[in-house]
Structure formats: structure tokens, C-alpha cells
Design a protein around this ligand. Structure first.
Ligand SMILES: Nc1ncnc2c1ncn2[C@@H]1O[C@H](COP(=O)(O)OP(=O)(O)OP(=O)(O)O)[C@@H](O)[C@H]1O
Ligand SMILES: [Mg+2]
Length: 170
């Protein structure tokens, strides 16, 4: 499902964030990546989400080799991924509900079912009755849970999460 082969990522100033990283993750696995601050966790996340490209090595995700992927094919790959960013990337100019509806709107999912799914996703993360709230009015942990609801609402085949529990209680 995800294969990394000898992946190295070097940033312009010569800083090597990842060196010769290889691993394989199969369908149904739940994998935790741990490491100290600056170890390269977010870098790997960005490579897997095709936000950045490796300096060398290859990544195959859901049968697609990211190195061979054309730029205009990337949005289609991302629709199969549920992404939870370390800095959440919520849209602060729209409500909690509209943040969760966005991934469904992008793929043209029918409105009525979208609403049902968004409500179910919000219920799953304990944000029922907060639909009309603006994200700025949520606590840090609530914002984190909103980001999780948005990542799962489209039932992605792969969920990639960067420090998803950072602001959450047990
Ligand atoms: N855009 C960039 N340009 C240059 N160097 C970068 C860039 N992004 C990350 N780095 C460097 O790559 C290394 C790995 O960073 P990364 O963000 O992947 O770490 P991390 O494991 O996610 O850390 P944290 O636990 O603090 O989130 C760090 O030394 C960082 O300074
Ligand atoms: Mg990080």
C-alpha cells in the first residue's frame, strides 16, 4: 500500500532531513512513527502526501509511483488520502461544518449525503452541535478533532496523520 525505497530528502541549504529510508506498509496496518523533534517525521509526511519530492529514492503509494506522477495528477491522488497536518490547516473563514463538507464538495458528492456524512464525522470526534461555530472559537484540541473529522469524512483508503494526538487528552 505504501512502499518507500532508499528515500533521501536534502533541503536546499544542504540539510539532510531523511537519509536512505526504506519501509513497506500493507493494507490494514496502523503504523506509528516516533522520533525526536527535527528527526524528519513531518518531512516524511510531506513526501508521502506528494507535497514535496524526495531528493533520491522512490515512493509508491496505492500503486502509484510518486516520482512518475504528473503534477496535475496529484490532486486525484490526494482524494484517496486523509491528511491531518501538524498545523491543522483549517479554513478559518468558514464554519466547522463547511470545513468538513469541503472534501466532499471537491469530489462533487451529493449535498444531502454530504451533510449526513459530515455530521457523522463530527459526532465521531465529539463535535456534535458545533456545526455553525467558526474554527477560531474552538479550543486547540477541538480544532485538532475538527481536522480529524475533515480527514476521514471522505472515507480515504489511507489516513496520514502528523502528530494527530498532540493537543488531545487521553
Ligand atoms: N523547508 C525546509 N527547509 C529546510 N530545512 C527543513 C525544511 N523543513 C524541515 N527542515 C529540516 O529538516 C529536519 C526535519 O524536520 P521535520 O519537520 O521533518 O522534523 P519533525 O520530526 O517533524 O520534527 P517535530 O517533532 O518538531 O515536528 C529539521 O532539521 C528541519 O530543520
Ligand atoms: Mg513535525
Amino acid at each position: 500500500m505504501i512502499t518507500a525505497d532508499a528515500v533521501t530528502k536534502r533541503y536546499p541549504e544542504g540539510r539532510e532531513a531523511l537519509r536512505d529510508v526504506s519501509f513497506e506498509i500493507t493494507a490494514g496496518e496502523m503504523v506509528f512513527l516516533t522520533g525526536h523533534s527535527g528527526a524528519g517525521k513531518s518531512t516524511l509526511f510531506r513526501l508521502l502526501a506528494a507535497i514535496e519530492r524526495p531528493t533520491s529514492g522512490s515512493i509508491v503509494i496505492n500503486g502509484q509511483n510518486l516520482s512518475a506522477l504528473r503534477r496535475n495528477a496529484i490532486p486525484y491522488l490526494r482524494r484517496k488520502l486523509g491528511l491531518i497536518f501538524q498545523d491543522q490547516k483549517l479554513l478559518f473563514d468558514r464554519s466547522v461544518l463547511d470545513n468538513v463538507l469541503l472534501p466532499l464538495a471537491i469530489v462533487g458528492h451529493p449535498a444531502r449525503d454530504s451533510f449526513r456524512r459530515a455530521q457523522a464525522a463530527l459526532a465521531k470526534v465529539g463535535l456534535t452541535n458545533r456545526e455553525k461555530t467558526m474554527p477560531i472559537a474552538l479550543s486547540g484540541g477541538e480544532q485538532q478533532r475538527l481536522a480529524i473529522a475533515r480527514a476521514v469524512v471522505n472515507r480515504p483508503v489511507i489516513i496520514l496523520a502528523d502528530e494527530p494526538t498532540a493537543n488531545l487528552d487521553a
